[in-house]
Design a protein around this ligand. Structure first.
Ligand code: S3P
Length: 187
């Protein structure tokens, strides 16, 4: 049985779900520290994610991702932003579950793809048919996200702020059931 006493907020979900921007909204609303796994990996290599994939390959990226997850500080409550592929390794999932409540930012496929393809910084979408690649990745991952999520929020028609508010409201209900202590600061 995993120990889930620390009760951080862990954001998971597909590329384009808005994890980073929603994480920042949550940070402003709760005052909790923000930890972005992709940012940790980027600063470890001193290069962008597309450069890491191109020069070192996806395997090295995934290893660094796991290393970053494993070196998250445990005693503090925080907001953890993950990359879309974090659910590919069980060890990541185990550690994240230990940290707190897993919040899955979901959405309809078209909305997610539109957002994910706005910036060309996602190497997994640099294919001959990014739309098809996205669909395949999403199809493979949705069951993984669903399997570990404590809370799911459909982000399709919501702004980042609205998603943050929805998360905090669902957390209040979740906390009541589970006796958790995530500070919920309204603003
Ligand atoms: C990935 C998602 C990216 C980043 C990397 C791999 C994935 O993060 O970690 O490009 O496998 O889905 P975002 O989910 O923030 O785009």
């Amino acid at each position: 049985m995993v120990n889930r006493q620390f009760r951080s907020i862990v954001l998971i979900g597909m590329m384009g779900a808005g994890k980073s921007s929603v994480g920042r909204c949550l940070h402003h609303r709760t005052g909790l520290a923000l930890h972005d796994i992709d940012e940790v990996v980027v600063s470890k290599f001193g290069m962008s994610i597309p450069e890491i994939f191109a020069e070192h390959g996806e395997k090295k990226f995934r290893e660094a991702e796991t290393e970053a997850v494993c070196s998250l500080p445990t005693p503090e409550q925080k907001i953890i932003i993950t990359g879309g592929g974090i659910v590919l390794r069980n060890e990541n999932v185990e550690v994240l579950r230990h940290h707190g409540v897993i919040v899955w930012l979901d959405g309809d496929e078209e909305s997610l793809f539109t957002r994910a393809s706005r910036q060309r910084n996602r190497p997994l979408l640099e294919t001959t048919n990014p739309r098809k690649s996205f669909s395949q990745i999403l199809g493979a991952r949705r069951p993984l996200y669903a399997n570990i999520a404590d809370i799911r929020v459909d982000t399709s028609v919501l702004t980042d702020e609205e998603v943050a508010v929805a998360i905090l409201s669902k957390l209040t209900r979740f906390n009541r059931k589970s006796g958790s202590t995530i500070p919920v600061v309204a603003s």
